[in-house]
Write a protein that binds this ligand. Sequence first.
Ligand code: FE
Ligand code: FE
Ligand code: ZN
Ligand code: FE
Length: 168
Amino acid sequence: MGLFTNEIKTMSDLHLHVLQDIYYAENQIKKALPDMIEKATNRDLTAAFRAHLEETEKQIGRLEQAFKLLDKEPKGTTCPAIDGIIKEAKEVAGECDNKKVLDAALIAAAQAVEHYEITRYGTLISWSEELGHDAIAKLLTTTLNEEKSADKKLTTIGERKVNMKAAG
Ligand code: FE
Ligand code: FE
Ligand code: ZN
Ligand code: FE
């Protein structure tokens, strides 16, 4: 379902569209994280990425539960935003040859991902509540909290461990 095909007529259609968007995005994140784990050198950073990969798998499961609550098959719709964020991350990482600088670049890229997810889940939670899908709002709130703490953890790792070393 694209935004320009007039297939989105109601708030329910739009809600489902964004659910499909974040389902696609989470699956792309799941595919991208192993590469980021491999590239990261700071131990806290690799541990944080590993933990978030596990969380991402659970988040995909929660989205599948949300589709089920709507009597819909889990399905993704291409999200050009996450594709762009991941593409940019790969490009920048490919250009870093200093390992400490690479860690800082990976943190920045991962935080761009978390912030995208935070906006999507925030919107979906509001719309789920407005549309009376309280069970979905509850599921997605658990995920939103995980995204927020992943973001905070990355800030801490960046500020305490990585950025100083990268600066020399
Ligand atoms: Fe996520
Ligand atoms: Fe999107
Ligand atoms: Zn879209
Ligand atoms: Fe995340």
